[in-house]
Every structure is written in structure tokens, then in C-alpha cells.
Write a protein that binds this ligand. Structure first.
Ligand code: BGC
Length: 747
């Protein structure tokens, strides 16, 4: 056996290197569910604390308050007299957003604020590759510095509770383990560039509908096991320097004035030392917010002195409702952050770089590992260019750009390679492309969404095909050797501030796809989107089906490379694709979107946990994704018969590339507990590793699973608890494709 192992993911190596450079003592070090990989972030610096105290001693109350609220759309006040700069922020998750005017949401209209557009969150997590998450974080961190930012409002890591969520494309996954394994390296990579992440949206912001006021009710165990692990890991492992307080309420209190979530959990339990920044217009009180743990209020246009942490706060201090010492505490944190980021001039700071070929390459690398091959029954893929003369390229998504769009933050970029351009770049010149748009993105007259008063009301799509466009598409398909349809959604349709109403594909696409398939069976269907759609009939009728994402500046090139076999696809779905929306947990339990209150009635059974526990067949399962080659996973073995609670379990399997092409596979480990004293999901992801194997090559992959990772959250004891007994470890290449199993015992 050839034991050459090329490890792409560090998800399970070097777990012994715990975030030991975090000098701050945690309340309960033993209760840590997660043991770190070799990604750990530096804690905030305290070298300048005495200096900071002296600076604060020289500030007026008004000057202090200026640091606690937005004095422009994306900055807080600086103070030249004492050498304090403004704290400069920018969105976001897809790359550094264009400059916004100081006093309104209008773009500033500059010509030097272009940036690299990176794949959206769901694409990154579909790579199942923590090294790429680190690369993404580092790369966008460099861009943030080149744009002179202190805080980038990223990453967005809320759990995908419903496939209809407007920000599903932006978030990572439905699974808490994958979520933290992508979040931690991302945060570490970004902050290595003297720029702070702002991990958002803390917390339980899992829907856009009524996000401004909906009161989310989640039981404590579910909160701890599903919704918080990635936020916690961002703090305890990656040392995230800032968090964004979400819009919504949690158990009756707005997140920006929720003392339980901000003071008790975030600071006291996890040891968070950074700052909490509100989402834009998410603050409702002065004294209560500040006392509950908020540090900075940001918002949407109104006179900045009217913000809760501006004049009203100053009045509250004067009226004796809050002490100036309390204000000083928050100012001190902000100054500590500034020193940590080296923005106060005490130490040399990185200057970054932007729009470089290296960064476009980073975006390409992420995109090329994110694309998921869903079906390839007749080996239509990869396209064999030697046997063809013409390719029909059909669909609005072949030419649609997604860097900007919708309600959410986008990126102004000089480069966004569309799928059509990608094919033109990659196909031999001798092959003729017949392009036909086929369907168009069309909406009924719009109801303007009003920022800050967002409801779920959506514009209606126009779903009839234009007969002439349909005819053009069918002619292109008929007259070409191969047809490729680029369909799916876009960032106007999937968008912040509203959730989708259903899983339907808009704009008449299903009809178009079905008709094209009838005239040319050599049709490859490529879906581009960030969230599940009803593609049941397309799955049935097509023989080649690919899923791609809002995939960044180089998305079109990466996609063309996958279609042509220059890249062997290795993406895996980071969420479950249901057959029907009513199969999904939040919908099956009739607990979405709620009205003033939303109770997460499915409890722990989010995503595949529901489907697997209730034996519901999904359209495509979590973790699913094919390759142009085949892998065999065999012989699961563990290193011991019995483990104690502080042990790390080594579980190894043989993986062999038995096909004809080099490729990458994600080895996934799911754990079930027999006869548990508590309710548990049928299985839970507890480890994974992405490996590269040449054709014919085999390797032995070892996953290291800390026994603590098997813990459940014991609500009565307010702590994590590992149950003794037998656990079933299942290894496969999707949650529904288990290839090898082994039992382990915990004492
Ligand atoms: C979003 C945040 C974003 C902020 C600033 C809010 O509407 O929820 O994710 O960072 O706006 O643009």
C-alpha cells in the first residue's frame, strides 16, 4: 500500500496544540467541547493598558461617547488630540465592500475601492477544507488593510435552519461541527493581518423574516449544541476580536441588550475580551445596552448624535442612571482593540494588498473546491472536447454577475468571470459556442424594501418564458453537440432582508430545462445558487447535474475547469437538499417564521439530524458530492478498545482512488450513541478530512477525535458531559453513504 498522504485539511491533525497562547483563564477549561486544531489566534494585547487608562483620564464624557457610536455609516469618532484614530469598518463576507457615503447608504462613488470578490460562505464551506478557510481569511484580511480598515464585518456564521433563509448563501452550513471547523481558520487568517473580524450575527439570527423584532425561543441544550459552537470556537480558539450583536430578540431581550448572551455566555464563560458592535440599527436602549455588554452602536441614517449611545447616553450619565466608570470600561476595550490592531501607532502595522493576482488565485482555489457534482450517470462530464465542435450555452446565469446585488453587502470588483466567459477562456478556439439566454430574471413591479423595517414581503417573480427566447434556446441546443444550461438563482432573488417563500425555481427555468433536455439529451445542467431549491424533476430527467455557488471573481473559470475536467470536483453539500420544504425540520414542526415569537420546535434536529432521525429521504443528503473518479473507503480501525474522557480517539480508514483521475475526497465521520440517557440525533458529524489521491493511489487516513467532542450539554449541570458506553463511529463520503463502521467504548 502506498502510504503517501497529501493532507489538504488540517481538521483533525495537531489537535494537541490547544490554544495555549490564550493566557486568560477560562471559567471552565474542562468543559470545552471543542479541542483546537492547529489554528489558534493571538489574544488581545494588554501591553498598553496603563497608557490607555491615562488616555481615558484625559477624555471628556462627550469624547468617550463618540467612541461608542457611529459618527458616520462605518466609523466611530477618533480624537486627534490624544492620538486616537477613527475605528474604520467595512462589510463583509464576500470581500471588502465598496466605500459607502459617510451619512447615507449611497455608494461614495470612489474609483479606488475595487476589491476581490470571494466565494460566498456556502461555497467556502462546500469545500470542506479548513485550509481554504484560512486562505480566504488571510487574503481578505490583506485586502482590508489595503483599504485601511480596522474591522471587517465578517464572517457570517449563523446556522442554516431553513432552506428558505435569505442569507443561506452567505452563511456556512446547517452543521455546528463543520461550521466551527471553517470559522476558526477563517478568523485566525484574517486577524493575522492586524484587522479584526466581526463574527456575525450573534446569535440565533436564522431568518430574515421579522428579523428586527422576532423573539427567538431555543431551549438551552439546542442553543449550546447547535447554534453556539462556532461562535464559541471563534472566541475560545481563534480569539475573535469583535462580535456583531444581532437584530432579533432572544428569550425576550434584544441581542444588543441581552445580558445573558453578552455578559454571561460571551464574556464570563468564553472569556471574550473583544468588543461587541451592534448590527446596523439594532440598538434600542442606552443604559441597558451598555450594561448588558454592548460596546458600539452602529446604525442607519439619522443624526448620529441621536444614537442611543450618543446624546441619550450622555444624558443618562448626567442623570446618574449609569456611572462614567461604566463608560470607561467600554472605551478601554475599544482602545485595547486599537492597540491590538496597531492602529494607535505604537507598533508597525501591516499595509496589506488588494486586487492582486495572488488574491484572485485564492478566490479561484476556493471556488474550484466548492463545486458539487450531483449527478453524472452517463459520464457526460467531464466534457470530452475532442469529440465535439459546438456547445450550446443557455441561461441568464451564464452571464449574470453576483458580486453586487440584492439587499446585502456585495463587492465592487473589476473582475467577475461569468460562466460564459469562463468557457470562452477555457474551450479550444475550434469549438463554437452558441449562446442563448433562454430565461430572464423578471419581477413584478417592486415593493420597495425599507431598511430597518424589513418584513418578509417579497417581490413576485414572472415565471412565464418568453416564447422567442425559448425558441432560440431550443435551436441552440438542437444545433450543438453538447448543451450546458446555467440556471438557479442569483443575489437579487436570494437576499438579505427577506426569506424565500418556497423552494420553487423562479423565472420559468424548470420548463426551459425540461424542454432543452427533450431536444438534446447531451445536456448538462448547472445550478448556481446558495440555498436548496426544488430540483427534483431536473434530477430525474437530466443525466449530468452540477451545483455551483455565488463563487467569486474567478467563479466562471473554476466552473469551466470543472466542466472540462481540468479540475476534478470535490465539493460536498454543506446543507441538506429536501424533496419538499415540508420535509425540513423548521417547516415540518410548523415553527417558521413565527410572528412576534419563533420557537425552534425541532430542537436539536436541525438539518440532516432531522432527516436521519425521522427517516426522511432527502433529495440530496448533507455531505454529498460526486467526483470524476471513485474512492473506496474501507477498514475502519481504532487505536484502543476503551477510552477515558480525556483521551483522543484515533480512527483510521483506508482510502483508495480506484478510478481513472486524480482527485480529492472528503472522509466524513458520523457518530451515533446507542442507549443514550438523553435524546440524540441519529448521527452527528464529528470529524472530517479532505485527502488528495492520484489515480490508483491509496492511503491511510487517521481522524483524531477528542472524546470531549462526544459530549452533550447537560442543562441541569450547565456543563458538557460525556456519557459512558458504546458509540458507533461511521465513516463515509456523505451522511447517507457510510462505508465503514466501528464501535468504541468510553469509560
Ligand atoms: C447586516 C449586517 C451588515 C450591516 C452593515 C446589516 O443589515 O445585517 O450583516 O454587516 O448591515 O452593512
Amino acid at each position: 500500500m502506498n502510504n503517501k498522504l497529501i493532507i489538504l485539511s488540517m481538521a483533525s491533525v495537531a489537535i494537541f496544540i490547544i490554544s495555549c497562547n490564550n493566557s486568560k483563564e477560562k471559567k471552565n477549561p474542562s468543559d470545552e467541547m471543542a479541542i483546537s486544531d492547529n489554528y489558534s489566534g493571538k489574544p488581545m494585547t494588554h501591553t498598553y493598558d496603563a497608557k490607555i487608562d491615562s488616555i481615558i483620564g484625559q477624555m471628556t464624557l462627550e469624547e468617550k461617547s463618540g467612541m461608542l457610536h457611529g459618527t458616520s455609516m462605518f466609523t466611530t469618532a477618533g480624537l486627534e488630540r490624544l492620538g486616537i484614530p477613527e475605528l474604520k469598518m467595512a462589510d463583509g463576507p464576500l470581500g471588502v465592500r465598496e466605500e459607502i457615503s459617510r451619512g447615507s447608504w449611497a455608494p461614495a462613488g470612489l474609483d479606488n475601492d475595487f476589491a476581490t470578490y470571494y466565494p460566498a460562505g456556502a461555497g467556502l464551506s462546500a469545500s470542506w477544507n479548513p485550509e481554504l478557510a484560512y486562505k480566504f481569511g488571510f487574503s481578505v484580511g490583506e485586502e482590508s488593510r489595503a483599504r485601511d480598515k480596522d474591522v471587517l464585518l465578517s464572517p457570517a456564521i449563523n446556522i442554516i435552519r431553513t432552506p428558505l433563509g435569505g442569507r443561506t448563501y452567505e452563511y456556512f452550513t446547517e452543521d455546528p461541527f463543520l461550521n466551527k471547523k471553517i470559522t476558526v481558520p477563517f478568523v485566525v487568517g484574517m486577524q493575522e493581518n492586524d484587522v479584526a473580524v466581526c463574527v456575525k450575527h450573534y446569535a440565533a439570527n436564522n431568518q430574515e423574516t421579522n428579523r428586527d423584532f422576532v423573539d427567538v425561543q431555543i431551549d438551552e441544550r439546542t442553543l449550546r449544541e447547535i447554534y453556539l459552537p462556532a461562535f464559541k470556537a471563534a472566541v475560545t480558539e481563534a480569539n475573535a476580536y469583535s462580535m456583531m450583536g444581532a437584530y432579533n430578540k432572544f428569550r425576550g431581550e434584544y441581542l444588543c441588550e441581552n445580558s445573558y448572551m453578552l455578559n454571561d455566555v460571551l464574556r464570563d464563560e468564553w472569556g471574550f475580551e473583544g468588543i461587541v458592535i451592534s448590527d446596523w440599527n439594532a440598538v434600542h436602549t442606552s443604559v441597558k445596552s451598555l450594561k448588558s455588554g454592548l460596546d458600539i452602536e452602529m446604525g442607519t441614517p439619522k443624526p448620529f448624535n441621536e444614537f442611543f449611545l450618543a446624546d441619550p447616553l450622555i444624558d443618562s450619565v448626567k442623570a446618574g442612571k449609569i456611572s462614567e466608570a461604566e463608560i470607561d470600561k467600554h472605551v478601554k476595550r475599544i482602545l485595547q482593540l486599537m492597540h491590538t490592531l496597531k492602529s494607535m501607532g505604537s507598533e508597525e502595522r501591516t499595509t496589506g494588498s488588494i486586487n492582486t493576482e495572488a488574491h484572485f488565485k485564492d478566490a479561484y482555489d476556493i471556488a474550484s473546491e466548492s463545486i458539487v457534482l450531483l449527478k453524472n450517470n452517463t459520464d457526460l462530464l467531464p466534457i470530452d472536447t475532442s469529440g465535439i465542435k459546438t456547445v450550446a450555452v443557455i441561461g441568464n446565469n451564464a452571464i449574470k454577475k453576483n458580486a453586487l446585488g440584492g439587499f446585502g453587502a456585495g463587492v465592487k470588483t473589476k473582475r467577475e468571470v461569468t460562466p460564459l466567459e469562463g468557457l470562452k477562456n477555457r474551450l479550444p478556439e475550434s469549438i463554437k459556442i452558441n449562446y442563448a439566454e433562454g430565461y430572464q430574471e423578471r419581477y413584478a413591479p417592486k415593493k420597495e424594501a425599507i431598511f430597518g423595517e424589513v418584513t418578509q414581503e417579497r417581490v413576485d417573480t414572472i415565471d412565464e418564458l418568453d416564447p422567442k427566447m425559448l425558441e432560440e434556446a431550443l435551436n441552440a441546443a438542437k444545433n450543438s453537440d453538447v448543451a450546458i444550461i446555467f440556471a438557479g438563482s442569483n443575489r437579487d432573488f436570494e437576499t438579505e432582508a427577506s426569506d424565500r417563500e418556497d423552494l420553487e425555481l423562479p423565472f420559468g427555468q424548470v420548463e426551459l430545462i425540461e424542454k432543452v433536455l427533450e431536444v438534446n439529451p447531451n445536456t448538462i445542467v448547472v445550478m448556481i445558487g446558495g440555498a436548496p431549491f426544488d430540483i427534483g424533476s431536473i434530477k430525474e430527467k437530466s443525466s449530468a447535474l452540477v451545483w455551483s455557488w455565488f463563487n467569486g471573481s474567478e467563479g466562471g473559470n473554476a466552473l469551466a475547469d470543472v466542466l472540462l475536467g481540468n479540475i476534478n470536483p470535490s465539493g460536498k453539500l454543506p446543507w441538506t437538499m429536501p424533496k419538499s420544504i415540508n420535509d425540513s425540520p423548521a417547516h415540518a414542526t410548523n415553527s417558521f417564521p413565527g410572528d412576534k415569537v419563533v420557537s425552534y420546535n425541532e430542537g436539536l434536529l436541525v438539518g440532516y439530524r432531522w432527516f436521519d432521525t425521522k427517516n426522511i429521504e432527502p433529495l440530496y443528503p448533507f455531505g454529498y458530492g460526486l467526483s470524476y473518479t471513485q474512492f473506496e473507503i474501507t477498514k475502519a480501525q481504532v487505536d484502543k478498545k476503551e477510552y477515558s474522557k480525556d483521551d483522543v480517539i484515533s480512527i483510521s480508514v483506508d482510502v483508495e482512488n480506484t478510478g481513472n483521475m486524480d482527485g480529492k475526497e472528503v472522509v466524513q465521520l458520523y457518530v451515533s450513541k446507542k442507549d443514550s440517557k438523553v435524546d440524540r440525533a441519529a448521527q452527528e458529524l464529528k470529524g472530517f478530512e479532505k485527502v488528495f489521491l492520484d489515480k490508483g493511489q491509496s492511503t491511510n487516513v487517521t481522524l483524531q477525535i477528542p472524546v470531549k467532542e462526544l459530549a452533550f450539554y447537560n442543562v441541569e449541570k450547565s456543563n458538557w458531559e460525556v456519557e459512558s458506553g458504546t458509540y458507533n463511529f461511521k465513516i463515509g463520503n456523505s451522511s447517507r453513504d457510510i462505508k465503514a463502521e466501528v464501535e468504541i467504548n468510553v469509560k
